[in-house]
Ligand binder design. Structure first.
Ligand SMILES: Cc1ncc(COP(=O)(O)O)c(C=O)c1O
Length: 359
């Protein structure tokens, strides 16, 4: 399903850091931050040790606290919600668009209360969410707009890079992502004062050596991870081109079957972090059976995500004010096919011919 592309350049970069003796606070993190900010066309980038800590730091430094509500899509990875809970605030789950799987602006409007402070949109599976309508809603209601860009490195919305569309954005560099540092994260923003607060927050709330202004954490990225990240960033566009090419081949294959290929919104540059199909009732084969048949023929698949967040055990007992029927339906229909850049032409062709034979 996913295989990180690590080559000699990444190994060389990590080895140079190891030989330098500066493993944690050397120059590699600063270099990676500058390169990443330039790539996303944002003024500031702050590296963290993972995407979840990037989200937690962002919400905390925006002042999200107990009593506040943050609206998030019900259909996402759990960290989009738990970062809100880590601040003592309440995640409110909005439904998603049936075609793009992204947060529905109409559902966000329904979810707003006097306690709402922010909206987190997720550029799910590599496809940017509808930033313009959400920006308008957030401006009208005086809310922060945060991008969960964990799955969208290099994706564009109306020509602009994700990472520069909200008040702040959070990336993840987990090994399955479009680029990796092993574990790692990044916060991008155009707000220098917010960035300064985040830099302190991820470093024990420290303003000067051994002066701790507020409660902070150790969420720093290592120099080893950053050195790998700089190399991966240089390769990111090529990785994404290959993902898009693989997705195009899969689209043509699914066009001959009843399985729905991922919908691609106009005006966005999708980077196919995942290639997520829908196996609906009309397909003649259930989603889980389809997955089993593929597995029996040596093809891995995955379900992203099998449970809407509001139904996760961790959120049982929390009553959600907004219905999420689309998210509930999608969790029973979605099936991800491999799309990563290390797939060979033979593997893609084998996957396509196998799928066609099953229909
Ligand atoms: C949408 C989304 N948000 C947040 C995260 C959290 O990132 P990390 O695993 O680096 O903590 C992920 C990672 O899987 C993700 O997919």
């Amino acid at each position: 399903m996913a295989a990180p592309s690590i080559g000699e350049d990444e190994i060389g970069a990590a080895t140079r850091v190891l030989r330098s003796g500066m493993l944690a606070a050397g120059p590699a993190v600063k270099e990676f931050e500058e390169e990443f900010a330039e790539y996303c066309c944002t003024e500031q980038a702050i590296a963290t040790n993972n995407g979840t800590s990037a989200l937690h730091a962002t919400l905390s430094c925006l002042g999200i606290c107990p009593g506040n509500e943050v609206i998030i899509p019900d259909f996402s990875f759990i960290a989009t919600a738990t970062c809100v809970s880590m601040c003592g605030a309440t995640p409110v789950f909005a439904d998603v668009d049936e075609r793009t799987f992204n947060i529905s602006p109409e559902s966000v409007l329904e979810a707003i209360t006097p306690g709402t402070r922010a909206v987190i949109g997720v550029h799910l599976f590599g496809q940017p969410f509808q930033c313009d309508p959400l920006r308008e809603i957030c401006d009208d209601h005086d809310l922060f707009l945060i991008e969960d860009a964990a799955q969208s490195h290099g994706a564009r919305y109306r020509g602009k890079m994700t990472g520069g569309l909200g008040d702040a954005a959070c990336f993840s560099f987990y090994p399955t992502k479009n680029m990796t540092t092993g574990e790692g994260g990044m916060i991008t923003t155009g707000d220098r004062r917010f960035a300064d607060r985040v830099r302190a927050f991820i470093n024990h709330g420290q303003s000067r050596k051994y002066v701790h202004e507020f409660l902070g954490y150790n969420y720093r990225m290592t120099d080893i991870a950053a050195a790998i990240g700089s190399v991966q960033l240089r390769r990111l566009d090529a990785f994404n081109r290959k993902r898009i090419e693989n997705a195009g081949r899969l689209d043509r294959c699914l066009g001959k079957t009843a399985v729905l290929a991922p919908f691609r919104e106009t005006g966005v540059g999708h980077v196919y972090h995942q290639y997520v199909t829908r196996v609906t009732g009309g397909c003649g084969i259930g989603r889980d059976n389809f997955a089993r048949e593929l597995r029996a023929r040596g093809i891995d698949t995955a379900v992203h995500y099998p449970t809407p967040i509001h139904l996760q055990p961790v959120y049982q007992g929390v009553s959600n004010p907004v219905p999420c029927p689309v998210s509930e339906r999608l969790s029973n229909e979605v099936l991800s096919l491999p799309v990563h850049p290390r797939l060979t032409t033979d593997q893609i062709e084998y996957m396509c011919s196998t799928i066609e034979e099953l229909f």
